[in-house]
Design a protein around this ligand. Structure first.
Ligand SMILES: Cc1ncc(COP(=O)(O)O)c(C=O)c1O
Length: 308
């Protein structure tokens, strides 16, 4: 996973150098996970760098903040402009973009409402997220022994910093045991999602994915895949899914801004299909990359040019 640091970080309205973007160790977010964030990608296209589904990501950031009663001191339009400027200022052709809204330094009590709300936007170069060979061969996943956070404990639809402690438990278990990634079941025992990806299963030509009530993030790549599937005439269903569906699937893949569309080669060491990425996964991947890289028409207006 090639990681290339950016040069400037947007911090509460100003650009500061990467190495100077610092906060106090007693900031609320450091102790209590009180932040919400986004992960967005900008891609190189023939007409210049373009940000994928920027409006949808900014909207989700504000939704996450609202759930946690955080007032973002900028309008969605201001933050959208700041994101575009941050990409331009750092000069990447393609990059990963991380806006983060967090509670800062005040008095360190659990009451979050007293702490000031800060915003940063960082960008960095980031290649394939899950495994260097993910596109070609797929990844090996394990069903985690930990359950996904539940809607009545920590709301999964908010992309909150604290949620990722649960994801880390699962991801560490997977990595230590020699897998690329973990898949979580919810407290109801039904399939939920990966630690930073949504989950798709293909059987007999139909695509299945857990519904929003299955403790998942409302993934933007997930929605992109459902839309592309509709465009290609591939049936796609959102519904509760039992764990064992994974073992009898023809194809399994994960989606996310970082992971893009990553085929799954095996689950709990049971091969998915014949262990090769299947035809539907390959079709969706091709259609996805053609759109984000500007090789196919942007018929859903998903691309925002950075330099226009
Ligand atoms: C827990 C979780 N689920 C799913 C996703 C995929 O969402 P998206 O496609 O919007 O990046 C992410 C990544 O943001 C995530 O962290």
């Amino acid at each position: 996973m090639a990681w290339v640091e950016g040069t400037f970080i947007w911090f509460d309205g100003d650009f500061v150098r990467w190495e100077d973007a610092k906060i106090h160790v007693l900031s609320h977010v450091v102790h209590y996970g009180s932040g919400v964030f986004e992960g967005i990608r900008a891609y190189k296209t023939p007409t210049g760098t373009a940000i994928f589904r920027l409006g949808d990501h900014v909207r989700r950031l504000y939704d996450s903040a609202k759930i946690y009663r955080m007032d973002i001191p900028y309008s969605q339009e201001e933050l959208t402009r700041a994101i575009i400027e941050t990409v331009a200022r750092n000069g990447f052709d393609s990059c990963y973009i991380r806006p983060l809204v967090f509670r800062g330094y005040h008095e360190l009590g659990l009451n979050a409402l007293m702490s000031p709300v800060h915003v940063i936007i960082a960008v960095w170069g980031w290649g394939t997220y899950l495994a260097a060979d993910a596109g070609a061969g797929g990844v090996d996943v394990v069903v985690a022994s930990w359950n996904r956070i539940a809607p009545n404990t920590m709301p999964p639809m908010a992309k909150a910093c604290g949620n990722y402690i649960n994801s880390q438990l699962m991801n560490m278990q997977a990595v230590v045991d020699g897998y690329h990634e973990a898949i979580a079941v919810g407290t109801d025992g039904l399939l939920s999602e990966g630690t930073g990806e949504n989950l798709f299963v293909v059987r007999d030509g139909t695509i299945y994915t857990p519904q929003l009530a299955s403790s998942i993030l409302n993934g933007i790549t997930r929605s992109t895949v459902l839309t592309i599937a509709r465009d290609l005439g591939i049936p796609a269903v959102e519904q509760p899914l039992p764990r064992e569906f994974l073992y009898i699937a023809d194809e399994v893949f994960l989606t996310g801004t970082a992971a893009e569309i990553t085929p799954v080669r095996s689950v709990d060491r049971i091969l998915v299909g014949n262990g090769e990425p299947g035809p539907i996964t390959r079709r969706l991947r091709e259609a996805f990359f053609a759109i984000v890289e500007g090789r196919a028409p942007d018929s859903h207006s998903w691309l925002t040019p950075v330099y226009s």
